[in-house]
Design a protein around this ligand. Structure first.
Ligand code: NAP
Length: 289
């Protein structure tokens, strides 16, 4: 860690912009080879938050020149019909990535749905095969949110090799894959969770802290080693109803070397990494130029 760097903001909007411009460039190059990366987005039901997420994903695809298909189904869609539709998309050569927006209605088993998506098109990286690929270091698709966190950390210029990284949270979609990606980059990794006593004792040792809990002020200034890199995945509402993260931003910024804001940190990166994964799925299909 450098002694000079204190409170530098890692701008997820700016980094997203750079990565999306690169996606657009590589997409244009693929299109010249008659392959347009295609993403199918499926929404079942009418969850308002899901509708916003899906709309943002489609818009991002269009802006980067990717082809996208949006399929919206009624809440009552039988599970078998959804699985059959995914099986069709698995065979569709114009589709390189398939994303089923979660949560699904209660009568549909999300595990069955995720496992039905062909691994080569699992651009969310949620299937057990994709998780196994990440665990064993095989080339596959990394889950978008932790993948975006890795890009944010890399943008600081700080090498992870030999650093102590702490992940707070152990969900299958964020915390666990995050820990594996940090490990892959030769960090020494500690995973903390709701049964971890004295969280502060751990976080004070960390050169990098990733907070992925879903509770405000899980990480405060007194818990952070001076100069550490702090990545805030959390999405919560403060007393005024405004979006905020898991980290007490104002306090921690005074101690951390680098910190992501909420909004404007991890959030924009998640969709960006979905575009990157879809593009890479298409590039793999197309083979070397
Ligand atoms: P999750 O499945 O609810 O997992 C939360 C994790 O936090 C669990 O592992 C839980 O431990 C742990 N935890 C709860 N209270 C804790 C405490 N007091 N101290 C330490 N650990 C504690 O949530 P998630 O899906 O991983 O998401 C986490 C947050 O990230 C949420 O706010 C979510 O909205 C946000 N998120 C943001 C993006 C984005 O694009 N910005 C994407 C995904 C998620 P146990 O396992 O022991 O219960």
């Amino acid at each position: 860690m450098t002694d000079q760097a204190i409170g530098r903001i890692i701008d997820g909007v700016a980094l997203s912009g750079e990565l999306r411009a690169d996606v657009a460039r590589r997409t244009a190059a693929l299109v010249l080879r008659q392959v347009r990366p295609g993403l199918a987005v499926i929404l079942v039901g009418d969850d308002p938050a899901s509708r916003v997420y899906v709309r943002n994903k489609i818009k991002a695809c269009e802006e980067a020149g990717l082809y996208s298909v949006f399929e919206k189904y009624d809440e009552s869609l039988p599970e078998a019909d959804l699985l059959a539709r995914i099986a069709d998309l698995n065979q569709d050569p114009s589709i390189h990535g398939i994303l089923v927006q979660m949560p699904l209605p209660r009568h549909i088993d999300p595990h069955k749905v995720i496992e039905t998506i062909a691994t080569a098109k699992d651009v969310d990286g949620y299937s057990t095969l994709s998780a196994g690929e990440l665990m064993t270091g095989a080339p596959g698709f990394n889950p978008c949110t932790p993948y975006g966190c890795m890009k944010l950390i890399a943008s600081t210029g700080i090498a992870l090799r030999g650093k102590h990284a702490i992940v707070i949270g152990r969900s299958n979609t964020v915390g666990k894959p995050m820990a594996l990606m940090l490990l892959q980059q030769n960090a020494t990794v500690t995973i903390c969770h709701s049964a971890t006593p004295d969280l502060k004792r751990h976080t004070l040792q960390a050169d990098v802290v990733v907070a992925a809990v879903g509770r405000r002020n899980v990480l405060t200034a007194d818990m952070v080693k001076p100069g550490a890199v702090v990545i805030d995945v959390g999405m919560n509402r403060n007393d005024d109803g405004k979006l905020c993260g898991d980290v007490d931003f104002a306090g921690v910024q005074q101690v951390a070397g680098f910190i992501t804001p909420v909004p404007g940190g991890v959030g924009p990166m998640t969709i960006t990494m979905l575009l990157v994964n879809t593009l890479e799925a298409a590039e793999r299909t197309a083979g070397s130029p």
